[in-house]
Design a protein around this ligand. Sequence first.
Ligand SMILES: [Zn+2]
Length: 64
Amino acid sequence: MSQPSSVSACPVCGRPRDVKLRPFCSKRCADIDLAKWLRGEYAIPGAPPGEEGAPDDGEPSEFH
Ligand SMILES: [Zn+2]
């Protein structure tokens, strides 16, 4: 099989990656990916999303 398209594509936008900026196609994509990485790695401790905390659809029922 010869489909290197998916292999040599930028993981962020899917464009052909740049040799100098691999595995990304641009500095911007590199920053975006880094930001995602940091967000996932350094998740706010004590505040897991979807876990304990204020209810999502909790509208103020006792609102006058
Ligand atoms: Zn890209």
